[in-house]
Design a protein around this ligand. Structure first.
Ligand SMILES: C/C(=C\CNc1ncnc2c1ncn2[C@@H]1O[C@H](COP(=O)(O)O)[C@@H](O)[C@H]1O)CO
Length: 201
């Protein structure tokens, strides 16, 4: 069962379109048989994601720092809840346990988690596909920033991370989940055999 780490806003957004998008992502991940790993909160988009994924039958693991493990924040009834010492450990655990990463709209925490995923990919620590849910074109300014950084040469040390491969981006939750799962899936057995015989394994 593939595991997808989802980063998304913990606060209640002003526009309900973000909450519906999170719920839709949760349902589509469940449809694909994905084990959802996220920050363990009941609030905002995080809560909507977990509620819909669980309702649709997905396994949902929450990874929560000790400081946030309080009834007001933690989502009861998760398949698994893991408590970690702090936000930094949580960020690492979210990334380590996943086959793919999905960032929905959010604030500082989401941006921090997403930047860490790109930062470690830049240094060859993983090659997990990353999806960006561009609800209401929320991520357009970040994509413009990345384009500017590439044009200015700041991404030149990481030629394996071509701009067009940094993330799968879509405004539609179903299309994004489909595209991400396709990238996370292992190659068919015949290709695997060919690849491993070339590698001499
Ligand atoms: C209600 C309050 C704090 C609750 N904060 C968080 N709860 C759960 N997860 C969080 C929280 N803050 C950061 N995270 C992680 O980052 C992402 C959400 O952060 P954002 O700033 O809302 O984008 C999310 O993916 C979590 O893993 C105050 O008392």
């Amino acid at each position: 069962m593939p595991r997808v780490a989802v980063f998304c806003g913990a606060a209640a957004p002003t526009d309900a379109v973000y909450v519906s998008a999170a719920a839709s992502v949760g349902a589509h991940l469940a449809e694909h048989g994905v084990h959802v790993v996220y920050g363990g909160s009941r609030l905002g988009m995080m809560g909507a994601l977990a509620d819909s994924a669980l309702a649709a039958g997905a396994q949902v693991t929450g990874i929560i720092p000790r400081s946030l493990h309080v009834p007001r924040i933690v989502r009861p009834g998760l398949s698994t809840l893991i408590t970690v010492p702090d936000m930094t450990v949580r960020k690492a655990r979210l990334l380590q346990g996943a086959d793919a990463i999905l960032a929905l709209p959010g604030g500082f925490g989401t941006l921090d988690e997403l930047a860490a995923a790109w930062g470690s990919a830049a240094h060859h620590e993983h090659a997990k596909p990353i999806g960006l849910l561009n609800t209401d074109h929320f991520y357009d300014p970040l994509l413009t920033f990345l384009n500017g950084a590439a044009t200015a040469g700041f991404l030149a040390h990481h030629p394996h991370l071509r701009l067009e491969n940094l993330a799968v981006v879509d405004t539609d939750p179903a299309a994004l989940v489909d595209a991400l799962i396709a990238r996370a899936a292992p190659p068919p057995a015949a290709c695997r055999t060919l690849a491993s015989s070339r590698a001499g394994t």
